[in-house]
Write a protein that binds this ligand. Sequence first.
Ligand SMILES: Cc1cc2nc3c(=O)[nH]c(=O)nc-3n(C[C@H](O)[C@H](O)[C@H](O)COP(=O)(O)O)c2cc1C
Length: 445
Amino acid sequence: MNPVTMRALLDDWENRGLLYRIKKEVDPLYELGAIINTKNGKQPFLFEKVKGYQSQMAAGLGGDRELLADSIGIPSSELIPKIIDSIVNPIPTTLKESGPVQENLVTGDFDLADLFPIPTYHVEDSGAYYVSGILIVKDITGQKRYTSIRRMQYLGGNRTNILITSPELMEQYSYFERLGQPMEIAVMFGVVPAVVLSSQISTHLYHTDKLNVAGALLGQSLDVVRCKTVDLDVLAEAEIVFEGHMLPHEREMEGPFGELAGYYGTQSPQPVVEISAVTYRNQAINQTIFPSSYEERLPMALVREATLLSTVRQVVPNITGVHIPMGGVARYHAVIQIKKKSEGDGKQAALAAFASDKDLKHVVVVNDDVNIFDSDDVEWAVATRVQASEDIFIVPGAKGSPLESSHNLRGVTDKMGVDATYPLGKEELFRRTSIPIDINLADYL
Ligand SMILES: Cc1cc2nc3c(=O)[nH]c(=O)nc-3n(C[C@H](O)[C@H](O)[C@H](O)COP(=O)(O)O)c2cc1C
């Protein structure tokens, strides 16, 4: 059975020698992040002592493809089909009277900084930030619930602000703001990678309950409990929950902050959040994600791969795999693997990819003898199978992503498709070298 709680997952990985336990005290001001960053978010860490606090802090749980799949109990080759299946067949949560996350309750006059550490990551960040909290809201009708991650800058006392770039959530907040009403929110910390992964599913595309999708990823219904001060349900086994409201007509300056693409974002006024209650488990383990690390990028890339596979398959049925690499900031580059059946399949696959995701800039299509997860192998295919005058096409001035600096120079983005498949009927010329036996190196050492 896969662990459905973060502490069970940490135990499991520690027993299997996969967890780095840091016993030395670390400072939440830069030092904690610097340690996580040595492994680029791919290595699970548990920090025993964070300076000034009693609680432990976990990080790096969902940045490695193999480990993320392991946390769901499947091999990484099954991740994308599993995500697609979980969106189609979610498992509803189960409402409980009580749960571990409500073992402790803080209300009244409190300062968030007195409760749990709030790390500062980059030299030019405007302050201390919560980066990994899973935000839960209901839609305007109150019928649907969904999760996402939004960074929250600590403003002092029980206040933060929150950065929202998705149109749905912003529209929702604007709706309440027009009514002059605060919007209820809850934020969960200390969850397994499946919950982070499912939070990245696009509401715009799927309008699905992402906690139910997380249940399907984990193969069981997840328990939830009703919050103490807002009408929202949170995971009963989360480590820490903030309950509160996004206030109408209140903005505070937010940023700069080291963002996804590895640059500092600009400063702008963003909505203010007031936290009305904090609940937490006994010996709560806090959690963070280093911004722009693999742990931030991989969940985004995986849900984009699931969408890409489904949509490109509609026009090129012989697609055998997709990869959205981390180096392309988990959204600007894609590698598509096809079993070529007719000339034109390669360019058609790239066109379908661009049509399915406005953020994509460069798409490479390869034959099914190329390992799309090995950038050397993809480069080898480009080097040995591409003639630029025939195999590359460029669409200038299309829509792009405002998170990308070169797009922001002109406000539009060029798209480049690279068909790195070889011509049909030329298999002999493009046959790879191989060795006729399998060996195990360990037998020779
Ligand atoms: C670690 C991490 C941090 C994120 N921070 C933000 C953020 O500060 N603001 C934001 O709008 N999106 C952020 N995102 C992306 C959103 O969570 C994501 O686009 C959203 O959940 C998609 O769901 P939606 O369609 O329901 O908005 C972050 C994602 C991750 C994995």
